[in-house]
Write a protein that binds this ligand. Structure first.
Ligand SMILES: [Zn+2]
Length: 312
């Protein structure tokens, strides 16, 4: 295929290969991770791009998933003969398409369209027999280990994975962050199975984890050292209070949740994604709940909110 663009080079870090997608891991694609031990090889989060990868796919003994979302399972079906692992809380999503749709909780016409897309674009294939892992579980591949760190918020069962090995320089470590994606978009907590405050706790938790390398599924690439990681993480986390501050500003006049969703605090106005309204509503409802609890927002009449210091 001489006319096709050259595929990006994978990044090799000891037994870890970061399988770079041609788009740099931009949604709907992502960068999967292959970990090759002396006894076993594990693939983490098989991305959609693996379906058309020209280079040979690796032989793997099991597939680990940071969480059950469409873009993280989009090439799992290529490895149908080996065990698929998820955190127990996200496990139901892979057992049936209905269970998968419950994670998003879209409803109505939007759900029907997204349901089709998950099957046709993302190659969703249910598995009756997925395997659960829990926080603190360890996979020993021989000379390299993978530890599960439960970091809920994006989904209930979202996990980061800490990979450790030794080389001539001594202990090496890589923290795979899944969809704690460190992008300028900021944290995503707009699904039925998302939780804003759980996400905030998870951000604080990973901030304390010291590793040599940090990688995400989407297009940030590999970061070296905790200092570089914390800089990116702090900018990513800051999007949450920025959304909240913009919301409080908007609520100087009373507004309903529908009006808040229409105004757009998560996506940019005009972003053409079918499920935006639902995601905006669910994301910002969690901010409203928190602000009501803290007395910084009040409900002037049923379903209409205003900043405590605002008009109305
Ligand atoms: Zn996700």
């Amino acid at each position: 295929m001489p006319d096709s663009a050259p595929e990006p080079k994978d990044l090799n870090l000891g037994p870890v290969t970061y399988l770079m997608s041609p788009s740099g891991g931009r949604y709907p694609d992502g960068n999967s991770i292959l970990v090759e031990g002396e006894r076993e090889s594990v693939l983490i989060d098989p991305a959609i791009g693996l379906n058309t990868r020209e280079r040979a796919l690796p032989r793997v003994d099991r597939v680990l998933h940071s969480h059950c979302h469409e873009d993280h399972i989009a090439a799992s079906h290529l490895f149908a003969d080996v065990p698929w692992h998820f955190h127990s809380l996200d496990l139901p999503g892979i057992t049936s398409l209905d269970a998968m749709m419950a994670i998003y909780g879209l409803g109505g016409e939007v759900e029907a369209g997204f349901r089709n897309m998950i099957v046709e674009t993302f190659h969703y294939q249910s598995r009756p027999d997925p395997t659960a892992f829990e926080d603190g579980d360890r996979f020993d591949l021989g000379g390299v280990t993978i530890d599960v760190i439960h970091t809920p918020g994006h989904t209930r069962g979202h996990c980061c994975l800490m990979i450790r090995w030794k080389d001539a320089e001594g202990e090496r470590s890589l923290l795979y962050l899944g969809d704690i994606e460190l992008t300028s978009f900021g944290p995503y907590y707009g699904d039925a199975w998302s939780d804003l405050e759980a996400f905030e706790h998870s951000l604080a938790k990973v901030r304390e984890i010291d590793a040599r390398h940090y990688v995400t599924f989407h297009h940030v690439g590999a970061l070296e050292g905790q200092r570089a990681f914390r800089e990116r993480l702090d900018r990513f986390a800051a999007v949450i209070p920025q959304r909240e501050a913009r919301l409080l500003d908007f609520l100087r006049d009373p507004h309903t949740l529908e009006e808040i969703a229409e105004h757009r605090f998560v996506y940019r106005p005009g972003d053409p994604v079918s499920f935006i309204d639902c995601v905006e509503r669910r994301s910002m409802a969690q901010h409203i709940e928190r602000l009501l609890r803290e007395g910084r927002v009040r409900e002037t009449e049923p379903g209409r909110f205003t900043a405590a210091s605002g008009r109305g």
